[in-house]
Ligand binder design. Structure first.
Ligand code: TYM
Length: 355
């Protein structure tokens, strides 16, 4: 895909000129702890390449994290940490706009506008909402229900067109398009674009965890995740404890690879060479596999892959000047874009000054 297209602009009464136009990219991560391998492959890896090719806005979704009621101290710590991790993993504040969601109160205003045209039934049907009802039955707050309108506000506040995210966010993107299109229809304008979830590999990614369940997730506990800041020792310990199955090799000839082993193969696919992955896949089928060896191999390749990241994270975390300067610069750049959109949205809705 070419990142630069052209935009026809009216030059005078006779001519239109073609100006180069860069697509807009928006994405964010909640500051709910340290970034893990799923965040990297689902999101940040794409951010790093996209900042060179698109007009990019990457943020820390600190408003979103309030649905789980963090203490002020934990919230502050986590926001700073994820900001430093963004930079350490390769985001460059000179190439992209890197900011905190809460530095843009315009987000809250657009969220409120979208909430006026979002309906209870459609919000209740979302898989992520149903999951939250199950996982935190004592805290089913309105912020959880309206999570997708806040996400739509984040994206459409910059008129975002491409949204690099993991597979778990697909349904939220569908809702963003619904809210944007609904606004356009309601006010008879062609204002908001239709943002698409994006990954350079075409397919959206779901990185599995180490405890044999579904996607790697902070809520599944420390031993499900490999954090980008984990040391070699911690990585080895977590991988050697990863869930496998009790018997080495297939239980029946031709049987499918069980989920925990498939998960390990998928993790291998991310950090090992293809011949290593093929070797262990074949070894599973011919019964010669030893899960201990497989895990050792995965652990060693994971350590090699992670080493530069964990070192850079430690360095960035200790550089307060760098982080503060980048956050200030990002807040200014993001506000300029958000101000334009929110002003136009207010006018479309009918909030025009008469005084
Ligand atoms: P969050 O904080 O849960 O995750 C951040 C990003 O990491 C991706 N991700 C994964 N990808 C692959 N495999 C995994 N195991 C895995 N775990 C997490 C997520 O898909 C996401 O891209 N709602 C968002 C934050 C958000 C946002 C937005 C994203 C708020 N506003 C606007 C894009 C645009 C969230 O909770 O992500």
């Amino acid at each position: 895909m070419s990142s630069i297209t052209s935009l026809q602009v009216f030059a005078n009464e006779h001519f239109f000129v073609d100006l180069p136009y860069m697509k807009k990219v928006v994405s964010g991560i909640r500051p709910t702890g340290k970034l893990h391998l799923g965040n990297y492959f689902g999101a940040v890896k794409n951010f790093i390449r996209m900042q060179d090719e698109f007009e990019s806005y990457f943020f820390i979704a600190d408003y979103h994290s309030l649905t789980t009621h963090p203490t002020p101290a934990d919230l502050h710590e986590s926001v700073k940490r994820v900001f430093a991790e963004y930079i350490a993993l390769g985001l460059d504040p000179e190439k992209c706009t890197l900011y905190l969601q809460s530095d843009l109160p315009q987000t809250a205003e657009l969220y409120m506008f979208f909430n006026m045209n979002a309906y209870l039934g459609e919000l209740q049907r979302l898989t992520s909402f149903k999951d939250k009802i199950r996982s935190q039955p004592d805290n089913v707050n309105a912020g959880l229900l309206t999570y997708p309108t806040l996400m739509a506000a984040d994206i459409l506040l910059h008129k975002g067109e491409l949204v690099p995210v993991g597979k778990d966010q697909e349904q939220h993107l569908e809702m963003t398009r619904t809210f944007g299109n609904r606004f356009n229809r309601l006010y008879n304008v062609e204002y908001f674009p239709e943002p698409q979830a994006f990954n350079y590999n075409e397919e959206l990614v779901k990185v599995p965890g180490l405890t044999g369940g579904g996607k790697m997730s902070k809520s599944a506990g420390e031993y499900d995740n490999i954090y980008m800041s984990d040391t070699d020792e911690v990585i080895r310990k977590k991988i050697m404890k990863a869930v496998t199955v009790t018997v080495d090799g297939p239980t029946e000839i031709g049987s499918d690879i069980p989920a925990p082993i498939q998960n390990l193969l998928e993790l291998m696919h991310l950090v090992c060479t293809p011949d290593v992955v093929n070797h262990y896949r074949s070894a599973y089928y011919d019964g010669s596999i030893r899960f201990g060896d497989m895990k050792k191999q995965l652990a060693e390749d994971m350590c090699v892959f992670m080493k530069p990241f964990s070192d850079r994270i430690a360095e960035a975390m200790s550089n307060d000047t760098l982080i503060s300067k980048a956050a200030r610069q990002g807040a200014e750049k993001a506000a300029a874009s958000a101000d334009t959109v929110i002003k136009e949205v207010r006018e479309i809705i009918g909030f025009k000054k008469f005084y």
